[in-house]
Design a protein around this ligand. Structure first.
Ligand code: NAP
Length: 297
């Protein structure tokens, strides 16, 4: 039987509809508007698209947004000056610096300069640490948070399951591990994380009740690497040539969707799986930052 599709677009729409209602309530009851500042250094086309999508989503939900596009030759000092201004701007509750920046920019130093209470991406060490120890006072990084929500809305309880994560990046793999291992509702999994230094990845992925793949390698996970009835979350977003597509390419995930979908119980598509959830959770974090700033429960 083909897998049930976990429809990230539909789940994200449900979450953002709720956020739009909450934004309206904040305006009505407290005269408060959440605000997000998005900073882009350089003119990378993919980054421009991501930034524009985030700004558009803010408009849809009634969230104030500022877009700062800086030239590719921007210095660290100039960028840090902007971050300082945004840290002090009361209209801005969340700050996001689009990745990857040009090589002269030290991303670690930029992240460290963002006020942790405005770090809606959850890249700052303070928020990463809070997430690891299960302190819900901080933020949860948007993509892993979106995946936790996908599992929740699809009635997949990780408790007691073996979750295998492929990839150990700071923005997906490692936080995913931290979230799933928590002794908390919606988590409590036994977690394995495999990466490029793991010999025989399939030996691990075949044990997964929940398989989360974030490596950036087109259709890397094939049916023989997946257990019958597994829940498969595909984070990957890879562009492959396709002469039949109008643009000459199409986007695929890290999982061979058709063959794995024939074996899995549930699977996320690419596009339309994890991607929309990442933006929804960014909006969620912006509202959370705003409410915390104003002391609203
Ligand atoms: P990344 O920073 O490049 O990290 C990739 C990870 O995968 C690394 O830990 C790497 O191992 C591991 N890896 C690479 N090749 C491997 C292989 N053959 N076998 C096992 N492990 C391997 O990537 P990322 O930022 O996590 O992103 C991963 C993918 O998810 C990309 O396609 C990206 O576009 C996508 N993504 C999508 C969203 C979304 O919202 N839809 C958000 C974030 C990322 P080492 O650590 O050993 O190098």
């Amino acid at each position: 039987m083909p897998a049930e599709i976990i429809d990230g677009k539909a789940i994200a729409a449900r979450i953002t509809a709720e956020l739009a209602r909450e934004t309206a309530h904040l305006a009505r009851s407290f005269n408060v508007q959440p605000g997000l500042a998005v900073v882009l250094v350089g003119n990378d086309p993919a980054s421009q698209t991501y930034v524009n999508t985030k700004v558009k989503k803010c408009h849809e939900l009634g969230i104030y947004s500022e877009k700062h596009v800086l030239p590719p030759e921007t210095t660290m000092a100039e960028l840090l000056q902007l971050i300082d201004q945004l840290n002090r701007n009361p209209k801005v509750h969340g700050i996001l610096v689009q990745s990857p920046p040009p090589p002269q920019i030290d991303e670690g130093k930029v992240v460290a300069a963002i006020d942790p209470s405005k770090d809606v991406d959850c890249f700052h060490a303070v928020n990463v640490g809070k997430m690891l120890i299960g302190d819900t006072d901080g933020f949860v990084p948007c993509t892993p948070y979106g995946i936790m929500k996908l599992l929740e809305y699809s009635n997949v309880d990780p408790a007691g399951k073996h979750a295998v994560i492929v990839g150990r990046s700071n923005i997906v793999g490692k936080p995913m591990l931290a979230l799933l291992v928590q002794k908390a509702k919606g988590a409590n999994a036994t977690v394995t994380c495999v990466h490029s230094a793991t010999p025989d990845i399939g030996a691990f992925t075949r044990q997964a009740d929940i398989l989360i793949v974030a490596i950036g390698k087109a259709e890397y996970i094939t049916a023989d690497m997946v257990k019958e009835g597994a829940v498969v979350i595909d984070v990957g977003m890879n562009r492959i040539a396709d002469p039949n597509a109008a643009r000459g390419y199409r986007n695929v995930g890290d999982v061979a969707y058709e063959e794995v979908g024939a074996k899995a119980a549930k699977i996320t598509p690419v596009p339309g799986g994890v991607g929309p959830m990442t933006i929804a959770m960014l909006m969620y974090n912006t509202l959370k930052a705003c409410k915390r700033h104003h002391g609203i429960a």
